[in-house]
Ligand binder design. Structure first.
Ligand SMILES: [Zn+2]
Length: 328
């Protein structure tokens, strides 16, 4: 059996799924994984049980691969966290009534190892920085485009959190003054134009106006929700409605990224998240627009690249964090 010392359990908790994996924290290799959907409507107790179940399932699967013990558990979670206390301050998207939830205690009591808790975007950025697309950089930005848009700024090799922990909230920067209302209540924010939720809203509105699209047929096969994979199939098929909508989102994305590049002047921007993985068009378009929108000197040596770890960036980063910053 392999020694426990350099294996850790990483858990990535997003708006729609809980994804866990046992990871070799020296190499970033993923040994085994498990995943389940979240059901926010079922409340806090259901969420807690599901989190433990997914973690256990990953551990059981790793055991089959010869890894039977871990040194710690790390979790990256879509919500506001108190890292020192291991408490989830607020995450209404994960479970109704989720507030001041003692996440680290729950995991520590169950798995009997040190636990580290972080924000999902920050943790996925650790993954890319240590083992992925950010490996060669100390000043770069990771931007994840999915249900929402989140980013983390790495400066001098460290994630910059800002005075109150909101640094990198690029999803809530303004790309259209007085524009669409964002989920946060503000107007004209990037997330209201370039996230998967924004793309979905535009598509549903266009379909209800009678635009024809392959999407109509795909929606009948599923549960009625528009998923990133459906968008990918439509684009591959040359569907004009979906292609136009994704190009529009990509142009707004780059407007936001260009401002970021101009202000922060990073070595590299790493793009990840469900919409980027599903639609290569997003990355192509953003790269094309880079030099048009930003200050030339800011983008002269700027690299824009896709996440290397893809879906695994959160679990790999969470496991790495457990090995380096867990509280016993
Ligand atoms: Zn906003």
């Amino acid at each position: 059996m392999a020694a426990a010392a350099h294996y850790a359990l990483g858990i990535d908790v997003g708006g729609t799924k809980i994804f866990a994996g046992v990871v070799d924290t020296l190499t970033g290799e993923v040994i085994a994984t498990a995943r389940k959907r979240t059901h926010p409507e079922r409340g806090v107790d259901f969420f807690a049980q599901r989190l433990l179940d997914v973690g256990q399932e990953a551990l059981d699967a790793a055991k089959q691969q010869g890894v039977d013990a871990i040194a710690g558990v790390g979790t990256g979670i879509a919500g506001q966290v108190d890292r020192a206390q291991g408490v989830l301050l607020a995450a209404p998207n994960l479970a109704k009534g989720m507030q001041n939830f003692a996440l680290a205690d729950l995991l520590r009591n169950r798995f009997n190892v040190p636990v580290a808790v972080g924000n999902d975007v920050e943790v996925a950025t650790y993954g890319e920085h240590k083992f992925g697309a950010g490996r060669d950089y100390d000043d770069f930005v990771c931007v994840f485009v999915g249900t929402g848009i989140g980013a983390a700024i790495v400066q001098g090799g460290l994630v910059r959190r800002g005075t109150t922990g909101t640094a990198g909230e690029i999803g809530h920067t303004i790309v259209q003054y007085g524009g669409r209302i964002c989920g946060c209540g503000g107007r004209g924010h990037l997330e209201a134009y370039a996230s998967r939720s924004a793309v979905t809203r535009v598509l549903l509105a266009e379909l209800s106006r009678g635009r024809s699209s392959k999407l109509t047929e795909l929606l009948k096969e599923g549960d009625g929700a528009i998923r990133s994979k459906m968008l990918a199939r439509c684009i591959d098929d040359g569907d004009s409605l979906v292609t136009e909508t994704v190009i529009e989102a990509a142009d707004y994305l780059w407007a936001g990224l260009a401002s970021l590049a101009t202000i922060y002047n990073p070595q590299c921007i790493v793009l990840g998240g469900g919409l980027i993985e599903a639609a290569p068009l997003m990355l192509e378009r953003a790269t094309l627009r880079a030099h048009e929108a930003a200050l030339p000197a800011a983008t002269r040596s700027l690299k824009i690249t896709k996440s290397v770890l893809g879906d695994n960036s959160g679990i790999v980063g969470a496991a790495w964090m457990a090995a380096h910053a867990a509280h016993p």
